[in-house]
Design a binder for this molecule. Structure first.
Ligand code: 5AD
Ligand code: SF4
Length: 439
């Protein structure tokens, strides 16, 4: 048998890219590749890129430039660019960086094995189409390898919302849901391989409307189906849009035992004027009322969100409205970003906020978020949570896992194994994690 070829994948950005990288690795496994942890001994290097913020394309070009030496030493080395920068830049990547052999957009990953073969024949391979077929079905070349206790599962991709700042509708394309039976089959397969918690992924996951046995199924319908899967203990989903938070999904948060009490629900701003300019089609008030309903269904739910500060035309007053909203919601986690222009999006053409003012707002917002985050985490002390253990901790005999609320919990217990789900009494709250004892 010939030596396996080595594949190095570097993944940037969101969880969907993490999932896609796993699928690409499995697909190339069928071509005789095994993954390696360093580019130095690789036969193929793939950058799975992200285009959501900052100077994404420039960073990719400078990263590619660093492989020049490797390629000179090893002319057979193939270099590929995948992900949203590949989609946005397309052929331009090969023009600007001739050492690139392959450019593949997120909707064409099932064509990767055939593209790889073309690069082996000395050709360049480019595919940034939006084909009709279900790429994940075609990507099922997977070995039945054991897996860790948590996994991502993509159920929906793309977005039709066109928020004025965002590239996703352009790079990932229109909103498409995968059929429910395929997702359920994939969930069974993951559970057989040791997975106990699945996070359903989609850029607009709660807009899910995949074909089920009796017509289209909602995300809540899909969650209820997954709730029946023996051996699966926990279900999460991300990322949701406030406008798609349907009644059945809110209700599932109150009644579905495997659905975890954590919800990532980005609002982006607390100012109605800015929300309108962002094309968000919800107001601060409607968002707050929505959270009230979610909390009525599941009072202990931990909320998480995304914010953009310094969006074009944002005034100090607009920013104050964001602080007010944060003060009212009290997020357990929140991600805040300084607005950065994405060429081709509507907001890129507008009057930009002074960069120093935006930096200052970002700091103030993050300070407030951190305070709430800390209060919520500290509030766990004395409570009993269930922890799904994921890996050994840094100290000997210590294990780390996640609570229902997604807090990291450190526990001393040599008898604990990866994949165990155990009741833990929280004793301490540190900078970024909790500590506890087995009950
Ligand atoms: N500038 C800053 N942040 C952005 N996001 C998306 N586009 C931009 C942009 N142009 C943030 C949003 C989104 C998260 C994934 O990234 O908050 O929810
Ligand atoms: Fe981007 Fe999310 Fe808005 Fe879609 S809903 S355009 S993915 S920010």
């Amino acid at each position: 048998m010939s030596e396996p070829k080595k594949l190095f994948i570097k993944t940037y950005g969101c969880q969907m890219n993490v999932y896609d990288s796993e699928r690409m690795s499995e697909a190339l496994g069928g071509q005789g590749y095994v993954e390696t942890k360093t580019p130095d001994d690789a036969d193929m290097i793939l950058l799975n890129t992200c285009h959501i913020r900052e100077k994404a394309a420039e960073k990719v070009y400078s990263e590619l430039g660093r492989f020049k030496g490797l390629k000179a030493e090893k002319p057979d080395l193939k270099i590929g660019v995948a992900g949203c920068v590949a989609q946005a830049e397309g052929e331009e990547i090969m023009r600007r960086q001739p050492l690139v052999d392959l450019v593949v957009g997120p909707q064409s990953y099932h064509r990767l094995p055939e593209m790889e073969a073309r690069t082996r024949a000395g050709e360049k391979a480019l595919d940034t189409d939006f084909p009709e077929e279900d790429k994940f079905e075609k990507l099922k070349n997977r070995p039945k390898a054991k897996r860790g206790p948590t996994a991502f599962l993509t159920v929906q991709e793309g977005c039709d919302k066109f928020c004025a700042f965002c590239v996703v509708p352009y790079t990932r394309g229109a909103e498409v849901s995968r059929p429910a039976d395929r997702i359920i089959r994939e969930a069974h397969d993951l559970v057989e391989r040791g997975v106990r918690e699945i996070t359903l992924l989609g850029q607009n996951v709660n807009a899910y409307h995949g074909a089920g046995p009796d017509g289209d199924m909602t995300l809540a319908g899909l969650i209820w189906e997954l709730n029946k899967v023996d051996g699966l203990e926990r279900i999460r989903f991300t990322t949701s849009h406030p406008n798609d938070m349907a009644d059945d999904l809110i209700e599932a948060h109150g009644s579905c035992e495997k659905l975890m009490p954590y919800l990532h629900l980005p609002v982006q701003s607390g100012s109605d004027r800015i929300l309108k300019r962002m094309n968000r089609s919800h107001t601060a008030e409607s968002y707050l009322r929505l959270i009230e309903r979610i909390r009525a269904a599941r009072p202990d739910i931990v909320m998480s969100g995304d914010f953009i500060v310094g969006f074009p035309e944002e005034t100090e007053e607009d920013f104050q409205a964001t602080l007010d909203l944060v003060e009212e919601v009290k997020y357990g986690y929140a991600y805040s970003f300084k607005y950065s222009t994405r060429p081709g999006t509507p907001a890129a053409e507008r009057a930009q906020v002074d960069s120093a003012a935006a930096d200052d707002r970002l700091q103030r917002l993050q300070a407030l978020i951190t305070r709430h985050q800390r209060e919520i985490q500290d509030g766990m002390v004395g409570r009993t949570v269930r922890v799904l253990f994921e890996k050994p901790g840094r100290l000997p005999g210590q294990m780390v896992g996640k609570s229902e609320y997604l807090h990291s919990v450190h526990v001393k217990g040599p008898e604990i194994a990866v994949g165990d789900l155990k009741e833990v009494q929280i004793t301490d709250s540190g900078a970024n994690s909790l500590a506890g004892e087995l009950l």
